[in-house]
Design a protein around this ligand. Structure first.
Ligand code: NAP
Length: 314
């Protein structure tokens, strides 16, 4: 008799028997479909109101990973039919000069979303940047006004990775009402907004962090387990409730089996957890692709709100 949870599929475990394995949540496919709907929304906004959403991305310095992120965001923005503006500033840019650039973009009516790529060089306060971006153009959803509006249940631009994580949970499970969600991590960027968004979906939410006692026992109670820690494979197979939905936000670079190479893994031990869970996001290919899609969604929303036209629901 198989357990009463949704077993996804069966796969050989290499030792001649079969393991129950979780359904893999295809973040790439969900993100692609969302980006297509956003593209349709952008086309409608243009046709009905002659507005083309514009996203401005500011990159300070030469960080290699940031350059890749910014390039990918630019490509995705154009693919969605939006205007992509890129501003590159040298690594020794002062905080005052960056904040001036942000204020200029705040006042530019062709710009509906502003994103300053983090991390910024040490001489610049990340919080000062976040505080200076106009809340209505804050497509990263990090401004205290947007964070406060989310907590208060008011319309807000919500952070992209948390929004993408909750969309994946909803696409997978449908109505989340009454589910017990455990979120590991309490950063302003991921953990706190994920918890708020799950609360909004009527989950019972437990937040865990580095001082949580009996983290494993806490996780075993989760119908939905969101890991946003930044420690490779901290979540082990026996931390997972049978049939749980696991959303792995972590991105960790570790040594690969191949000499001198590295690979990306999540915060969850994928092989062990997928033998127990009902559904699980892979890393890469899970939450990651949702982040850019939700950035574009926020830009479309911001463009509608700034123009005072009805929001386009995607
Ligand atoms: P962060 O600011 O470093 O926060 C990490 C959180 O994990 C903190 O709240 C910390 O607790 C908690 N933590 C640390 N060690 C722990 C432990 N041993 N047990 C339980 N909790 C522990 O990181 P973040 O910005 O939220 O990012 C988290 C992960 O998500 C990273 O791997 C990051 O790369 C990834 N990420 C992915 C995307 C994406 O697009 N997929 C986007 C953003 C971030 P305390 O508060 O007590 O210190």
């Amino acid at each position: 008799v198989w357990p009463q949870f949704d077993v996804g599929s069966f796969r050989p475990n290499g030792r001649g028997s079969l393991l129950v394995s979780a359904q893999i949540i295809d973040g790439k496919a969900v993100a692609l479909a969302l980006r297509q709907r956003i593209g349709d929304g952008v086309a409608r906004l243009k046709a009905q109101h002659n507005i083309t959403p514009g996203l401005a991305v500011v990159l300070v310095g030469e960080d290699a990973a940031s350059q890749v992120y910014v390039r990918n965001k630019g490509i995705a923005t154009k693919e969605a039919g939006m205007v992509s503006l890129e501003f590159r500033m040298p690594a020794d840019t002062s905080q005052a000069a960056l904040l001036d650039k942000v204020r200029e973009l705040n006042n530019d009516p062709s710009v509906h979303g502003i994103l300053v790529q983090f991390p910024v060089p040490d001489q610049i306060s990340q919080q000062a940047v976040i505080d200076t971006i106009h809340p209505d153009k804050d497509v990263d959803g990090l401004h205290p006004q947007n964070a406060g509006r989310l907590v208060s249940g008011l319309p807000a631009l919500t952070p992209c990775t948390p929004t993408g994580s909750v969309i994946l949970a909803k696409e997978t499970l449908g109505d989340l009402t009454g589910k017990h969600a455990v979120v590991i991590g309490r950063s302003n960027l991921v953990g706190k907004p994920v918890a708020q968004l799950l609360l909004k979906e009527n989950c019972t939410v437990t937040m865990a962090h580095s001082r949580t006692q009996d983290l494993a026992g806490m996780c075993r109670q989760a119908d939905i387990l969101v890991a946003a820690v930044g420690i490779a494979h901290i979540v082990q197979g026996d931390w997972v409730k049978p049939g749980a939905c696991i959303i792995d936000v972590g991105i960790n670079r570790v040594a690969s089996a191949q000499e001198g190479k590295t690979r990306l893994v999540g915060d969850v031990d994928f092989d062990a957890a997928s033998a127990v869970a009902g559904h699980i996001t892979p890393v890469p290919g899970g939450v990651g692709p949702m982040t850019i899609a939700c950035l574009l969604r926020n830009t479309l929303t911001a463009a509608c709100r700034l123009a005072g036209v009805p929001e386009i629901d995607v």
